[in-house]
Design a binder for this molecule. Structure first.
Ligand SMILES: Nc1ncnc2c1ncn2[C@@H]1O[C@H](COP(=O)(O)OP(=O)(O)OP(=O)(O)O)[C@@H](O)[C@H]1O
Ligand SMILES: [Mg+2]
Length: 330
C-alpha cells in the first residue's frame, strides 16, 4: 500500500506532468510510469519486499545520479539543489540525498534545515522509516530531501547500506540526486555506491581540474561521468587568466553537460535558502535549467563563452594528468 508521501508525490506528478514545460516551451520527457528506454537500470528492484512487487509489470526505477568532484567547495551542493529543483519543475519526482555525513549543508541551501527530524543513518539503522526522514520541499511537492546525520561519522555507513537505501529511493522517485562529500575516501565511496550515473563538478582552477580527473579515473569502468564546469568568469577567460571550457575538456575528456557562470546570485540565493533557479532572469538559473533539460534528453547547445587561452593550454599539455584515452562525449 502506498504511504502518504508516495500518494502526495503521485498526485503532484500527474498535476505537474500536465503542466510541465521546459524553458523553450516544449513538452518534457515522459514520466517514470511511461517506458524510458534510455534508462539503463529499468528492472525490478532487488530491495523491494516481495509482497509490494507488482506481479505483472516491471517497476520503473528512477535514475540515481551522484554529484561529485574530489575537491571541496567547487559547487556540488549548489548543483544538487538547483538541478533537483529544475527537474522537479520539469515534472519529475526528485529526491536530493545529502551524503555529506557530519558536514551536511544541502538542507541549508534548500532552506529546509528547520524541518529535519530524522536522517539517512536513522533509516539505515532502523530507527526511522524513510517517510519519517524525507523532508518535502516548502514549495514543490515533487521535491524531497533526505538529510544526512550531523553528529555522526562517514565511516559509520557501509557502501552496501547506502546502495540499498538508494535502490529504495529509486522505486519512489524519478531522480535520486546524491550530493557527494569532498575527497575520495569513505564518504565518496558511500555516495557513489548506489549511483548508475555521475556528474563531476569542477571549477576552472588547476587543483579542481586535477581532482576531477582523479575522480573520473576512479569512476571510469563503472560509470561514464558527465561534467559541469562551474564558476566560469568570461572576462577572466577572455584575458587568458582563467582556463576556458576547451582547456578543461582537453584535460578531462568528459562529456560536458553544462557551464555555469560565477555569479553572486548564487551566494544571495544560498543565504536565503532558495535555489538560484528561482531568481527571475538569472543567467545562472537558466544555465541550471538547461542542464536539467539535457539530463532529460534535450539536445540543447552549450553556449560558447570565450576563445581559448593558449597559455593555459600549453601549460596543461606538459602536465601528466588528463591523458586518459576516453572520448570527450557526444
Ligand atoms: N556558480 C557559482 N557562482 C558563485 N558562487 C558559487 C557558485 N557555485 C557555488 N558557489 C558558492 O561556492 C561555495 C561552495 O559551494 P558548494 O557548497 O555548493 O560547494 P561543494 O562542492 O558542495 O562544497 P563541499 O565540498 O564543502 O561540500 C558556496 O558559498 C556557494 O554559494
Ligand atoms: Mg557540499
Amino acid at each position: 500500500m502506498r504511504n502518504e508521501l508516495d500518494q502526495q508525490l503521485a498526485s503532484a506528478a500527474s498535476e505537474a506532468q500536465a503542466a510541465a514545460q521546459t524553458l523553450d516551451g516544449s513538452a518534457v520527457a515522459p514520466s517514470r510510469n511511461e517506458p524510458d528506454t534510455a534508462h539503463p537500470s529499468a528492472s525490478v528492484s532487488p530491495q523491494a519486499p516481495a509482497e509490494e512487487r507488482p506481479r505483472h509489470r516491471c517497476v520503473e526505477l528512477g535514475r540515481a545520479v551522484v554529484i561529485t568532484s574530489g575537491k571541496g567547495g567547487v559547487g556540488k551542493t549548489t548543483v544538487t539543489a538547483n538541478l533537483g529543483t529544475a527537474l522537479a519543475d520539469a515534472g519529475k519526482r526528485v529526491v536530493v540525498v545529502d551524503a555529506d555525513v557530519g558536514l551536511r549543508n544541502l538542507d541549508v541551501v534548500m532552506g529546509l534545515e528547520n524541518r529535519i527530524r530524522k536522517h539517512s543513518l536513522d533509516v539505515i539503522e532502523g530507527h526511522a522509516s524513510l517517510d519519517e526522514a524525507l523532508v518535502r520541499d516548502r514549495v514543490r511537492k515533487m521535491l524531497a530531501l533526505l538529510p544526512a546525520a550531523q553528529n555522526r561519522d562517514k565511516d559509520e555507513i557501509a557502501p552496501e547500506a547506502m546502495r540499498a537505501l538508494v535502490a529504495e529511493l529509486q522505486e519512489r522517485f524519478d531522480f535520486v540526486l546524491i550530493d557527494c562529500p569532498a575527497g575520495i575516501e569513505q564518504g565518496f565511496r558511500n555516495a557513489v555506491a548506489g549511483a548508475q550515473e555521475a556528474i563531476i563538478v569542477t571549477t576552472p582552477e588547476v587543483s579542481a581540474v586535477r581532482d576531477a580527473d582523479r575522480v573520473a579515473g576512479l569512476l571510469s569502468g563503472a560509470i561514464a561521468p558527465k561534467l559541469i564546469l562551474n564558476r566560469i568568469r568570461p572576462q577572466l577567460v577572455k584575458r587568458g587568466s582563467m582556463l576556458n571550457v576547451d582547456d578543461v575538456l582537453d584535460i578531462l575528456r568528459l562529456e560536458l553537460i553544462g557551464v555555469v557562470p560565477d555569479d553572486k546570485d548564487v551566494i544571495v540565493a544560498t543565504n536565503r535558502g532558495a535555489p538560484v533557479v528561482d531568481i527571475a532572469g538569472s543567467e545562472t538559473g537558466a544555465a541550471f535549467r538547461r542542464i536539467a533539460a539535457r539530463m532529460l534528453g534535450e539536445a540543447l547547445p552549450i553556449p560558447a563563452l570565450s576563445d581559448r587561452s593558449p597559455w593555459f593550454a600549453r601549460m596543461f599539455a606538459s602536465l601528466p594528468f588528463g591523458k586518459r584515452s576516453s572520448t570527450r562525449g557526444s
